[in-house]
Design a protein around this ligand. Structure first.
Ligand SMILES: C[S@@+](CC[C@H](N)C(=O)[O-])C[C@H]1O[C@@H](n2cnc3c(N)ncnc32)[C@H](O)[C@@H]1O
Length: 116
């Protein structure tokens, strides 16, 4: 099964002795291809009005933190909610092993031009 990311969320690895997981590799990703909530419709922007944060609420397992979005500025009514997906350019590989590119259309003045 391929893993389609809603956002690039990196959580700490479970154990330093787990040699399958490197320090910079996320252990989990959010896959909204089959199921999701309204957040699956939020687009990326290089100048977003939301930021993403992992939050612990009713337990202390950092691996199962809730991924929450918070306003980073005052957002007028009817303005699109966006966050920075946080991909590094050239960090996404297709099933064929080739680096995948996705161009950004956020329209921000300081747009980085690539999602990944
Ligand atoms: C979580 S979905 C966002 C909702 C999606 N736009 C829709 O209509 O259902 C993520 C996908 O939206 C598109 N997308 C989101 N932000 C984008 C952006 N700034 N530039 C280009 N494509 C974007 C990409 O295809 C990306 O894989």
């Amino acid at each position: 099964m391929t893993c389609r990311r809603l956002g690039h969320v990196t959580l700490p690895t479970s154990s330093p002795v787990d040699d399958k997981i490197t320090e910079n590799e996320p252990e989990f990703c959010i896959d909204a291809s089959c199921y999701g909530n309204v957040a699956r419709f939020m687009n990326h922007s290089c100048e977003p009005n939301l930021f993403i944060q992992c939050v612990l609420s009713d337990h202390t397992d950092i691996k199962l933190a809730r991924v929450m979005l918070f306003a980073s500025k005052k957002i007028p009514p009817r303005q699109e909610l966006t966050y920075d997906y946080g991909y590094q350019v050239d960090s996404v590989m297709g099933a064929d092993g080739n680096i995948k590119k996705m161009y950004c259309h956020c329209g921000a003045d300081l747009c980085r031009k690539r999602l990944y």
